[in-house]
Design a protein around this ligand. Structure first.
Ligand code: C2O
Length: 537
């Protein structure tokens, strides 16, 4: 195993898209930021030095950080932010994982421009469990705002209105020629006829679940969230913010230029966002003057595509890569996802949007929870987050518009979990204000998605149909609009771990919680001591 060292300089740089130049926060002046390459078993050390006027923190999305939450990154959960002029080294081992993950800023909305890919190669001499590709490429899907994102966020906070939807979608930071002024800002992947390519696709968008496809070509899905799946072929993929998907594509069509394209999946009638970002799948030798054709993507509200696509995802589950699904459950949790409105004297309508789990809107602490936990500080958090909602109701029936007020306490309420216990969590969407799809991400773990469905979860009938054989294993899962998703995991990683909706808008509204997984028996099963350079609040 090797030690891979990186230097990340957080710098503001002028970047222009859609004919708008604006200063954006970057790593080393790059947008998207640099790719982290490692091999399974390596140690990675990333020294982050903050030269910008914003507080910074970086999360290594999907890395398990065993006993080592200090390197996880969500601001005020596992660490205090890195102040201007200061540095912090994220020091972690890449153990038992291989595939595509990514990193991003984990404070306010800075991840709009501060993100990049993480590519973990299998242990030397271990081939992929699928045909060796001729070449690999990263495709990071994102969003671009012409306005300053932090300003938009602040205005939203003060006025209680949601910030504007983005002005463009992007592929590797570029919107492509369907956007005004973007001819030059188009990513192109050159391919050779007859060869196979591995595309590592990452959804780094703030607020949009996305479809992606390549005109004239099918894709074979081989991995999601750095876990191999049973390969299947599809014309389009669905990818939620936080998720990654690896596909194989064979350049088996007439040499030409083909569009790769991405646009929103949104099956509720809120601001229709029809923009399509494109990049080019460019056969070698074809002149640049040819106008490519577009792939046929599912329509933005295609719920049935989404449900059937997600049903195709199955763990590879071979002796080499077994799906270790917990069969017996020690702790059952049932969390309702709700949107709401709370009073807000400074806001335009006197109210602001909120979001909640079990009707509790998470409040951010002033000290990092992991520090408070490790040093036994009192008065920072409570461990009384309820295992189920205060009342049961018809969660997905007619829209509920009365009693939209959520509970907001003065300190964060988190859920305490016994070390090595097996946890089943059902996330139930509700029609409080409106049903909507929510991609939930758990830090510090992968989990098995044992079931998902529309309507209200039935603990007898639905549980009887759980897939306990080869369910997909991932770190971010979509809870369908007006439906539910059940996940299982073994709580073998002690520490404080964030879980939240990866739609940044909803995270900001309070759609989040932290789990405090207790230390195990003996120091080798306990949280490691914090590094010396850990930032202070
Ligand atoms: Cu990718 Cu808590 O985030």
């Amino acid at each position: 195993a090797a030690v891979k060292k990186y230097q990340f300089d957080i710098q503001v740089k002028n970047v222009s898209r859609l004919c708008h130049a604006k200063p954006i926060v970057t790593v080393n002046g790059m947008y998207p930021g640099p790719t982290i390459y490692a091999r399974e078993g390596d140690r990675v050390m990333v020294k982050v030095t903050n030269h910008a006027q914003y507080k910074m923190s970086i999360h290594w999305h999907g890395l398990k950080q065993y006993r080592n939450g200090w390197a996880d990154g969500p601001a005020y959960i596992t660490q205090c932010p890195i102040q201007t002029g200061n540095s912090y080294t994220y020091d972690f081992n890449v153990t038992g994982q291989r595939g595509t993950l990514w990193w991003h800023a984990h404070i306010s909305w800075l991840r709009a421009t501060v993100y990049g890919a993480i590519v973990i190669m299998p242990i030397e001499g271990t081939p992929y469990p699928f045909p060796q590709p001729h070449m690999e490429a990263n495709l990071i899907l994102g969003e671009w705002w012409n306005a300053d994102v932090e300003t938009l966020l602040k205005q939203g906070d003060q006025k209680g209105l949601p910030p504007n939807i983005s002005d463009a979608h992007t592929i590797n930071g570029k919107p492509g020629p369907l956007f005004t002024c973007s001819e030059k800002n188009t990513y192109a992947l050159e391919v050779e006829q007859g060869k196979t390519y591995l595309l590592r696709i990452i959804n780094a968008a703030l607020n949009d679940e996305l479809f992606f496809g390549i005109a004239g070509h099918s894709m074979t899905v081989v991995e999601i969230d750095a876990v191999y799946v049973k390969p299947f072929t599809t014309k389009s993929i669905l990818i939620a913010p936080g998720q990654t998907t690896n596909v194989l594509v064979r350049a088996n069509q007439t040499p030409n230029r083909y569009f790769m394209a991405t646009r929103t999946f949104m099956d509720v009638p809120i601001p229709v966002d029809n923009k399509t970002a494109t990049a080019i799948f460019q056969y070698k030798g074809v002149p640049n003057t040819i106008i490519p054709s577009l792939p046929q993507l599912p329509s933005p509200n295609d719920t049935s595509f989404a449900l059937s696509y997600n049903r195709k995802l199955r763990s590879l589950n071979t002796p080499q890569f077994p799906a270790k699904v917990p069969l017996k459950v020690d702790r059952k949790l049932f969390f309702t996802i709700g949107l709401g409105v709370n009073p807000c004297p400074t806001c335009v309508n006197g109210t602001r949007f909120t979001a909640s789990l079990n009707n509790i809107t998470f409040v951010m602490p002033k000290t990092a929870l992991l520090q408070a936990h490790y040093f036994n500080m009192s008065g920072v958090f409570r461990t009384d987050f309820p295992d189920k909602p205060p009342t049961s109701f018809n969660y997905t029936g007619a829209p509920l518009t009365a009693n939209l007020r959520t509970v907001q306490s003065t300190m964060p309420r988190i859920s305490k979990i016994a070390f090595n216990s097996t946890v089943e969590l059902v996330l139930q969407d509700t029609n409080l204000l409106s049903v909507e799809s929510h991609p939930f991400h758990l830090h510090g773990y992968n989990f098995f998605v044992v079931g998902t469905g529309v309507g209200n979860f039935d603990p007898i009938k639905d549980a009887a149909k759980f897939n306990l054989v080869d369910p997909p294993e991932r770190n971010t899962v979509g809870v369908p609009t007006g439906g539910w998703t059940a996940i299982r995991f073994r709580a073998d990683n002690p520490g404080v771990w964030f879980m939240h909706c990866h739609l940044e808008l909803h995270t900001g509204w309070g759609l989040k919680i932290a789990f405090m997984v207790e230390d195990g028996p003996g120091p080798e099963y306990s949280v490691l001591p914090p590094p010396k350079d850990l930032p202070h609040c």
